[in-house]
Write a protein that binds this ligand. Structure first.
Ligand SMILES: Cc1cc2nc3c(=O)[nH]c(=O)nc-3n(C[C@H](O)[C@H](O)[C@H](O)COP(=O)(O)OP(=O)(O)OC[C@H]3O[C@@H](n4cnc5c(N)ncnc54)[C@H](O)[C@@H]3O)c2cc1C
Length: 338
């Protein structure tokens, strides 16, 4: 019983503090084979050239020429990648301006790894396994003190600062908390409601700042942490979900990739690339370009989008681009202002 409780506690805290990040974007992925592209030899416009826009272009191209005749990807910035921007220094040092690593344990995480495999990036990957010090220790800065997140089993039964209760008490509260009927709420209120204010304040809020440069009180739990949101909806409790869920169900759709198999076997937590995550962007852009019939255009700010006679009209620098389909990866609130 004690072993089970400690195992649950480890998973709960680690899930909340570190492991729930889906890898880029949410877990509600697009199955490109199921998209209703009825027009044969369709032309497609993609707004935004971050990881979402570029991977959209990549997967659309895999549908083949009979479905997609031409893709035009437009980005307002002078280079692709969106938030993913790496600066490489002559001494070999690498500085990531945005994301530093991609997590593995969820569908989106395994999907990202499968994509890296398809792009022949396997030999470029630097994995962080479960045993790596980076994966083993997480710190919380509180009152100018750097405090390790409790991981040692004995710590689950005593109070470890900055928390005023033992982890096991948070576990019991989480199990007892009823499922919410809310359609969405903030990450902070989700954690506060299910586990307690201190977990929201010391684990979730710093995590949101570190990962999305965002405020847990403003970020939607459904978008930011879909794994937690879905687990509550499906099992009524994160703890029950952790007990019932399995790593294999997250990975199984991607097991044809030898890189995914390796990551699964070796229990990778996250990964990056030898010269930074920009390698992923450069390789994606290069692969899409290489396959032809696509224009990847930077310094191209889209300012309007209208639909008429079954076609979409994208306004870019006073020029209209007419396409059959549009995929947008830019912020919805920006689109709504057009
Ligand atoms: C500081 C920080 C750290 C992060 N760390 C991690 C991490 O370690 N691991 C992780 O998995 N995730 C991390 N994330 C989250 C991750 O960066 C994002 O989920 C991901 O990069 C989003 O990619 P995207 O393509 O959807 O959007 P973006 O990267 O925002 O790309 C959108 C693109 O659209 C373009 N665009 C916008 N408006 C227009 C317009 N009108 N016309 C044309 N183009 C336009 C932009 O120039 C941009 O290139 C982090 C985020 C931040 C901010």
């Amino acid at each position: 019983m004690v072993v089970i409780l400690v195992w649950i506690a480890t998973n709960l805290l680690v899930a909340f503090a570190t492991s729930t990040l889906p890898g880029f974007g949410s877990d509600s992925q697009t199955d490109f084979n199921k998209i209703d592209i009825t027009i044969k030899m369709a032309t497609v416009g993609i707004l935004g050239g971050g990881i979402s826009g570029l991977s959209c272009a990549y997967y659309l191209k895999t549908l083949g020429q009979s479905k997609i005749k031409y893709i035009c990807l437009l980005d307002k910035s002078p280079k692709f990648g969106g938030w993913i921007q790496t600066t490489r220094f002559p001494d070999g040092a690498i500085f990531e301006h945005g994301p530093r690593t991609i997590r593995v344990g969820t569908k989106a995480g395994f999907n990202a790894l499968e994509l890296a495999d398809k792009l022949a990036l396997s030999s470029r990957i630097l994995p962080i396994t479960r045993e790596h010090p980076t994966a083993k220790t997480n710190f919380i800065l509180s009152n100018n003190q750097l405090l390790p997140l409790p991981r040692d089993p004995s710590a689950f039964f005593r109070k470890v600062p900055p928390f005023s209760k033992s982890v096991i008490r948070y576990v019991f509260k989480e199990i007892r908390t009823k499922r919410s009927n809310l359609d969405d709420e903030s990450v902070y209120s989700f954690a506060e409601r299910r586990i307690g204010e201190e977990v929201a304040k010391y684990a979730l809020d710093p995590m949101c700042r570190g990962v999305a440069a965002g405020d847990a009180r403003e970020l939607s739990v459904r978008s930011m942490l879909p794994f937690l949101y879905e687990t509550e909806k499906n099992y009524g409790s994160i703890v029950k979900g952790i007990l019932k869920g399995s790593r294999i169900s997250e990975a199984q759709d991607f097991m044809q990739s030898s890189l995914v198999q390796k990551a699964y076997r070796e229990i990778w937590r996250m990964w990056t690339l030898k010269t930074g995550l920009n390698e992923l962007i450069d390789t994606l852009a290069g692969t899409i370009d290489e396959r032809g019939k696509a224009d990847l255009i930077f310094d191209a700010k889209c300012t309007n989008l209208t639909f008429k006679d079954g076609k979409a009209d994208i306004l870019v620098d006073n020029e209209n681009i007419k396409v059959d389909h549009v995929f947008s990866s830019i912020l919805l609130m920006n689109l709504l202002h057009w």
